[in-house]
Design a protein around this ligand. Structure first.
Ligand SMILES: Cc1ncc(COP(=O)(O)O)c(C=O)c1O
Length: 474
């Protein structure tokens, strides 16, 4: 493709992108294709000759688009959002055009220094400790793995990277509701999933600090070495808030690394009135949150802070000859801050987003989402056919269809059916979790452009689907 052809197609694509964003709510929010359907339209072998861009783009519209789930659809209430915004997309266009690989300062000083400065901005925007050191990671899973590896190295005086693990006696603690990325990190770090001890939760699905203390004390008595506790500020299932302050006290008492996973909920710390959810955060050793979830920045952008920068660098720094530069002593080389060497220039989109919204603009949107969530929760609690299943702390409402005459497995089946009916409409997209063995539907209100209209659509669809369910049972 020549540069002139690129210019022509890029103009066309920008128009397509703007139209898409205008009309996204007209698409079925969840892709309605069957497994294998997209692949059945793709040739078995790659093309040997070049193909015109028009043909490629036609196939994008014909084959790919029907298989797209529209995460930027304002009725996307599934999982947690991976929301975006125009300034974020514009920055990504520049990022792709520059094609920067930001592994070290030298490979793009602007990428390194913008990232450094943005981390300072985040500390101010979210009232985080000024001495923390931050970087952008791919995702919260990477950050949690990073934290476990750093804690492991620090515990063993930075010898395990060299010698390998000689004993499997380190233990990590989190709640039963904590994210599966911690299990994965335990496996990858060589600590073993069996050594991730899941602490029971209370009726609000938050970790029980007393049980944590008893468990740690028992483990110490039996010769285990407690290494780390992961506190969740906003669990994936229900956005439960673990009692961070009490956990921080235990971490101090037993000399544990305290990692705080606030993947979604971290964005709420932009609001002074929501900072109670992270009371105790100042004692953390590491903290992660994902602007790529709820802060209008398209995937991927995960912000990770550590208290002890030297421990992090001692864990990850490698100095091969081919990466040495004469500025190494004066600059930040982010390749030393995590697992991959290569890094995308992700700071640019965060910069565009923060400047384009302004802190006040970001706050206003988050407040609006919280208000809509409360309103939806209020509607739900007034409905005899629905039961709220967990406290609504942030932007996630957990509920189920109720039928008090049927046993739990049958009610669960009805709820599965309800979820399928709702998602088959293409008008809304919800996902589920299980709480105390109840199949529970989750509504997350965090898409960038979600507003009152979309809550009305949600209520309408829920009312209709539950009525159909009731009729089908008669
Ligand atoms: C609480 C929590 N932690 C970690 C993760 C993993 O995030 P990522 O996809 O950025 O690795 C998620 C994903 O939803 C999450 O909800």
């Amino acid at each position: 493709m020549t540069n002139e052809e690129f210019r022509k197609h890029a103009h066309h694509l920008v128009d397509w992108m703007a139209d898409y964003l205008n009309n996204v709510s007209e698409y079925p929010v969840k892709a309605q294709v069957a497994p294998g359907e997209v692949k059945s339209h793709l040739p078995q072998t790659p093309p040997t000759r070049q193909e015109p861009f028009e043909a490629i783009f036609d196939d994008f519209e014909r084959i790919i688009m029907p298989g797209i789930t529209h995460w930027q659809h304002p009725s996307f209430h599934a999982y947690f959002p991976a929301n975006s915004s125009p300034p974020s997309v514009l920055a990504e266009m520049l990022t792709a055009t520059l094609g920067v690989q930001a592994m070290i300062w030298n490979t793009s000083p602007a990428a390194a220094e913008l990232e450094e400065q943005l981390m300072e901005w985040f500390k101010k925007m979210m009232d985080l400790p000024s001495h923390w050191a931050g970087s952008i990671q791919n995702g919260a899973s990477d950050a949690t793995l990073n934290a476990i590896l750093t804690a492991r190295e620090k515990k063993h005086n930075f010898t395990t990277n060299q010698t390998g693990l000689t004993q499997a006696n380190l233990r990590v603690y989190c709640s039963e509701q904590a994210h599966s990325s911690i299990d994965k990190a335990m496996a990858i770090a060589g600590l073993g999933k069996n050594n991730l001890i899941k602490i029971p939760v209370d009726e609000a699905f938050a970790l029980q600090a007393e049980v944590l203390e008893e468990t740690i004390a028992q483990d110490v008595a039996q010769g285990w070495q407690p290494l780390m506790v992961v506190a969740a500020i906003g669990t994936t299932g229900t956005t439960a808030i673990d009692p961070l302050k009490k956990i921080a006290q235990l971490a101090k008492k037993y000399n544990l690394w305290l990692h705080v996973d606030a993947a979604l909920a971290g964005t709420a710390l932009l609001l002074p009135e929501m900072r109670w959810i992270a009371d105790g955060l100042h004692a953390a050793d590491s903290f992660v949150f994902n602007p790529h979830k709820w802060m209008f920045t398209n995937f991927d952008a995960s912000v990770y802070f550590v208290k002890d920068k030297n421990a992090l660098l001692n864990t990850f720094a490698e100095h091969p000859e081919y990466l040495k530069t004469k500025e190494d002593n004066q600059v930040t080389n982010f390749r030393d801050w995590g697992i991959p060497l290569g890094r995308r220039f992700r700071a640019l989109k965060l910069w565009f987003v923060i400047r384009s919204f302004g802190v006040k603009g970001l706050q206003q949107k988050i407040r609006e989402h919280l208000k809509l969530t409360k309103q939806f929760e209020n509607w739900l609690t007034a409905q005899p056919h629905f039961k709220l299943m967990a406290p609504t702390v942030l932007n996630t409402v957990c509920f189920r269809y109720r039928n008090d005459t049927l046993p739990q497995p049958e009610v669960n089946k009805l709820n599965e059916e309800l979820l399928e009916r709702l998602n088959a409409t293409g008008k809304v997209y919800l996902t589920h979790t299980k709480l105390n063995n109840w199949f529970t539907l989750r509504v997350v209100i965090g898409q960038t452009n979600v507003n009152q209209t979309h809550i009305d659509i949600l209520i309408h669809q829920l009312t209709k689907a539950s009525e159909q369910l009731t009729i089908a049972q008669q």
